[in-house]
Design a protein around this ligand. Structure first.
Ligand SMILES: [Cu+2]
Length: 155
């Protein structure tokens, strides 16, 4: 088979760039110990139900207008499925998974994070507008992924 010289150069360039990218990612992951952003806190995914505060998922008041919401994602639901938040509240979501990678997204709010077993994802938002917000899993997690949803009521 004849391969034109220009094609050989282009293939070599492509392979070299792939090697450079893989070396960069591997170096960052292994040598520098990088982890996905916001995934600072770790948790044993097999013991989420026994690990406070994830043993009681839901909204926890920290101060006036400041709340923490603990969520557990699993195939194919969030706990809690529905949450009621006072209007104007600043809520920090702490989310983890007991099984596979899920997504945690509240469209129109900027709340959007990956949820990985073994890690606690954290994202904050101030709910200034009343309404019912959809909560969805936006990472394909299995056969009933499309049913993995909930709601956040801001009253
Ligand atoms: Cu999911």
């Amino acid at each position: 088979m004849h391969v034109h010289k220009a094609e050989k150069i282009w293939i070599a360039f492509g392979v070299a760039m792939l090697a450079v990218f893989l070396a960069t990612i591997t170096t960052a992951a292994v040598v520098e110990g990088f982890v996905p952003p916001s995934h600072i806190q770790s948790i044993d995914p097999a013991k989420v139900a026994q690990t406070p505060p994830f043993d009681k998922p839901g909204l926890h008041k920290v101060a006036d207008g400041v709340y923490e919401a603990y969520y557990v994602g699993h195939i194919f639901a969030f706990e809690p499925q529905h949450l009621t938040i006072p209007v104007g509240a600043k809520v920090t979501f702490f989310v983890t998974s007991t099984d596979v990678v899920h997504g945690f997204s509240i469209p129109e709010t900027g709340v959007n994070t990956m949820v990985e077993p073994g890690w606690v994802s954290t994202v904050s938002h101030v709910f200034a507008k009343r309404g019912t917000y959809l909560l969805v899993c936006n990472e394909y997690c299995g056969i009933a992924h499309q049913t993995m949803a909930g709601s956040v009521d801001v009253k």
